[in-house]
Every structure is written in structure tokens, then in C-alpha cells.
Design a binder for this molecule. Structure first.
Ligand SMILES: Nc1ncnc2c1ncn2[C@@H]1O[C@H](COP(=O)(O)OP(=O)(O)OP(=O)(O)O)[C@@H](O)[C@H]1O
Ligand SMILES: [Mg+2]
Length: 232
């Protein structure tokens, strides 16, 4: 049988809050198959962003393991883990996080540059991606010249340009109006499917979550699977 694309095993992460330690993740387990889309719901402060940071190897757990494509992030040294992240993971943030001094095209090109692709290859792929997200005309504009929805389209393009195995999205529509949010969500799902990526997306919206294959909740350090007709 094929191994899961993403596996977490007995994952525990504590933070000191005031004078006590609180387990944001407590001995949690999760398996995600290749190509699956997962929505993660939970109240503010329950640990959703912390979990995404652990999945990306940006943060490390107090105990337990994260495996991506059977590779244990915790067993890599920092340099290898950074290279692994650049190559295999795409991250989409709530506040777009584009680099203000780079143009739209340069922002999209960034992961390819970090992965040492040739200039000619980068040019071709960025052009194709700009067409995909229907922003060819805005290639040379800077983020501040773009609307929120346009910036998020650029951010999606940047997260997916290097065809990562795993895309992590932290409330990707949380900072947009409902209609723009819907468009961004459709674009995200289209790109993820096209590139055969696996998606873990944090959201506060049940409507958004229903677009995913599976809905998970995080509460008191535990990840639970919810039925499709789950009410929030
Ligand atoms: N580096 C840190 N040091 C101390 N506490 C932290 C750290 N990172 C997160 N926390 C705490 O862990 C808890 C979970 O934070 P996290 O950002 O993961 O929540 P969240 O579910 O993403 O919330 P939101 O929906 O508001 O984005 C919070 O109480 C937060 O204060
Ligand atoms: Mg968060």
C-alpha cells in the first residue's frame, strides 16, 4: 500500500502561557493521502497556525514526528529541512506576505530561484503561471499596486509554482470579501488539482471547509475528523 503523503505521529507542542505550560498539540495523530484536500477548523488560539508551522518544519515539536512523503522532518538538520521545505512545500498566508520590493512576477519566481532553476526555465514557468491566474498584464506591478484579491492570486501562484507535494494555507480567504474569497478558493483548488498537490487549509468558515475532501477540527490539543454534515 502507498504510504500517506503526510503523517503526524504522537505530536506534542507546549507553550508557556502565564505561569503554566499549555499543550497546543497533545499526542496528536493524522494521516493525509496524496491528492487529498483537508480543511482544519478550530477556535482562535487553539493551535492551527502552530500545527501548520510544525508541518512545514518551521517549528519543531516537543515530542512526536512529522513525516512528509515518509521523510522525518525532525531527523533533518536545519539546512536540509530548509531545502526540503523550499522544494516540497508551498505556504499561503492570510495577509499574502508578498515581498513589497519585488514585482508580481519576481514574487512568483522566488521559489524557483531558491531551487536554483535556470533563468530561461523561470521565465517560461512564471509567464505560464501569470496566465493561469489571469494577471499577465500585472507582471511588472508591485504588491502595493494590486488589490487584496490580486495579491492573494500572486501569493497562490508563488506557493504553487514549484509544484510542491504539500500546500499549507493559513486562512487564505480570511482577509478578503466573500466573493473574492470564493474566487481565490476556486483558484486554489484548481491549481492544487492541476499540480497534483496535497492541501491542508486552515479556515474559520464551514462553507469554505466544505470544499475540502475532509474536515478536521483541533480542540484541546487533539485533531478530530468530522462528518461531512458537521455543523460548526
Ligand atoms: N512562539 C510562541 N510562544 C508562545 N506561545 C505561542 C507561540 N506560538 C503560539 N503560541 C500560543 O499558542 C496558542 C495557539 O496559537 P496559534 O497561533 O497556533 O492559534 P490559531 O489556532 O492559529 O489561532 P487563530 O485562529 O487566531 O489564528 C496561542 O495561545 C498562542 O498564544
Ligand atoms: Mg492562526
Amino acid at each position: 500500500m502507498q504510504h500517506p503523503l503526510l503523517q503526524i505521529h504522537q505530536l506534542t507542542r507546549h507553550f508557556k502561557m502565564g505561569d503554566r505550560f499549555v499543550a497546543v498539540l497533545n499526542n496528536s495523530h493524522l494521516h493525509v493521502q496524496k491528492g487529498e484536500t483537508i480543511a482544519l477548523l478550530g477556535r482562535s488560539g487553539c493551535g492551527k497556525s502552530t500545527l501548520l508551522n510544525l508541518l512545514a518544519g518551521i517549528d519543531l515539536p516537543d515530542s512526536g514526528h512529522v513525516f512528509i512523503n515518509n521523510e522525518n522532518l525532525g531527523q533533518m538538520n536545519e539546512k536540509t529541512r530548509t531545502q526540503f521545505r523550499r522544494r516540497h512545500i508551498g505556504f499561503v498566508h492570510q495577509f499574502f506576505n508578498l515581498i513589497p520590493t519585488l514585482t508580481a512576477a519576481e514574487n512568483i519566481a522566488l521559489p524557483l530561484e531558491l531551487n536554483q532553476q535556470s533563468n530561461s526555465e523561470i521565465k517560461i514557468r512564471v509567464k505560464k503561471m501569470l496566465k493561469e491566474i489571469q494577471l499577465e498584464e500585472r507582471a511588472d506591478d508591485y504588491p502595493e499596486q494590486l488589490s487584496g484579491g490580486e495579491q492573494q492570486r500572486i501569493a497562490l501562484a508563488r506557493a504553487l509554482i514549484h509544484q510542491p507535494m504539500l500546500v499549507l494555507a493559513d486562512e487564505p480567504t480570511g482577509n478578503l470579501d466573500a466573493q473574492t474569497g470564493k474566487q481565490i478558493l476556486n483558484l486554489l483548488h484548481t491549481l492544487v488539482k492541476q499540480m497534483n498537490c496535497t492541501l491542508v487549509m486552515v479556515t474559520h468558515s464551514l462553507a469554505v471547509a466544505r470544499n475540502a475532501n475532509r474536515i478536521l477540527t483541533l480542540d484541546s490539543g487533539k485533531i478530530s475528523e468530522q462528518p461531512g454534515d458537521f455543523a460548526w
